[in-house]
Design a protein around this ligand. Structure first.
Ligand code: NAD
Length: 384
């Protein structure tokens, strides 16, 4: 077994209708002035309003920044950070998917640290503890409510970069599965496959541990039996299992790593602004298939957890069944192929491969990947 440390400092509050408890939970912390970080979609869907009303009811003084964009941008973090400081915020509430939660982490860090965003957009570069952060996830995808990462797009460089530091981990994750019941189909599908990618990469990467393996496999089981049900029937029970899967996958990769699917997805996400879950869904089958020979046993475990039948199959064939499971789901829910995105320029694959090679997770992919191999993975995905 490898040496490792595992301390989950986030308090998790999980239950139906819990968004209405936001005010009460924030009040308990002694917060005086709160900045809420969210996006226009969550305002229009009436979801942000539920948390905001609850804070107003609890007599909490707050201000709202609702300018978060998908693949959150550095410029928005800076603008929200300035708003927070002007207001004198001492607490941050994030309502939304990974984009709102990651922006909120950057804002929490900027409130307490007398530095610029570029100075802390590096590993372990948050000198002072950020303002406390409460996250309310509204997608079952990223698990950002329990991770110590913040993935931000550097607009000038057209690439995504990751800030990570234990101090960024949210103080409270307030999780209300009911919020998933109104998510549009395309977002349920792509974010669900995003959570699956986290669990798979956490389980197969070189630095997985017995604890992260347990979280990852359980997340995969939940996704195997509940992602389709959530999509096609929107039952509360499937929403519960998908929210739990996203959270458990977040814990799993947060204490191990992600790997080459994310390196490829972030390379095109940073350049073309491709939604993160869609990009992961596109690359997951190809990388999974490439990785099988490096660890047949673990890839077989994943297929079994997804519900692939083992009858009459070799271990390798069972593992291959997971590739078909993922591709069938992607087709059923209309996730485009890399070519169908319509804007991908194959002549840039070499440039994107360079971006993949500087991704901090590349060395932890279970099968060795070099620049040439990344170019081949881009080509194989494009021609699939
Ligand atoms: P998102 O936050 O970008 O949201 C996508 C869209 O869905 C938005 O338009 C939003 O308004 C809408 N939406 C969200 N919840 C909704 C709801 N309940 N009802 C209706 N509409 C809703 O999507 P995401 O996939 O959750 O986040 C992706 C981002 O998270 C990427 O930038 C990715 O890099 C990052 N990420 C971060 C971590 C981490 O640990 N920090 C992990 C994985 C991914």
């Amino acid at each position: 077994m490898k040496d490792f440390t595992f301390v989950l400092s986030t308090r998790i509050e999980f239950g139906r209708g819990y968004i209405h408890r936001t005010g009460e939970v924030v009040k308990e912390t002694g917060a005086k002035k709160v900045i809420v970080i969210t996006d226009q979609g969550l305002i229009k869907a009436g979801i942000a309003g539920k948390a905001i009303d609850s804070m107003a009811h609890a007599g909490i003084d707050y201000v709202v920044y609702d300018g978060v964009q998908p693949n959150p941008k550095d410029v928005d973090c800076i603008a929200a950070g300035e708003m927070a400081k002007e207001f004198g915020a001492d607490f941050v509430v994030a309502i939304g998917g990974g984009s709102s939660m990651d922006t909120a982490k950057a804002v929490a860090a900027l409130i307490t640290n007398p530095v610029t965003l570029p100075e802390i957009m590096k590993p372990y570069k948050v000198p002072i503890a950020p303002a406390p952060l409460l996250c309310i996830p509204t997608t079952a995808g990223t698990g950002s409510e329990v991770t110590s990462f913040s993935v931000i797009t550097l607009t000038q460089e057209q690439r995504k970069s990751c800030m990570f530091d234990e101090k960024l981990r949210p103080e409270i994750a307030l999780i209300d599965p009911e919020l998933l019941l109104g998510v549009p189909d395309s977002i349920v599908a792509s974010t669900g496959i995003d959570a699956l990618t986290h669990a798979i990469e956490a389980y197969t990467c070189k630095i997985s541990t017995p604890i992260t393996d347990a979280f990852a496999l359980q997340a995969i089981r939940y996704i195997g039996r509940s992602l389709r049900t959530l999509l096609y029937q929107r039952t509360y029970e499937s929403a519960e299992e998908m929210m739990m899967a996203s959270l458990m996958a977040g814990i799993a990769f947060g204490f191990s790593d992600i790997a080459s699917v994310h390196a490829l997805a972030e390379a095109i996400g940073g350049y073309y602004d491709t939604p993160h879950g869609v990009a992961n869904s596109i690359f997951l089958p190809v990388v999974f298939e490439y990785d099988i020979p490096a660890d047949v046993e673990k890839h077989k475990d994943i297929a079994l957890a997804l519900g692939v039948s083992p009858v009459g199959k070799s271990d390798r064939e069972i593992a291959q069944g997971a590739v078909e499971w993922i591709e069938t789901l992607s087709r059923d829910v209309g996730i485009p192929t890399l070519k169908e995105l319509g804007y991908i320029e194959p002549e840039r694959f070499e440039q994107f491969a360079d971006v993949c090679m500087i991704n901090v997770s590349t060395p932890n992919n279970c099968r060795r990947v070099d620049k040439q191999r990344y170019i081949e993975l881009f080509e194989a995905t494009f021609n699939r």
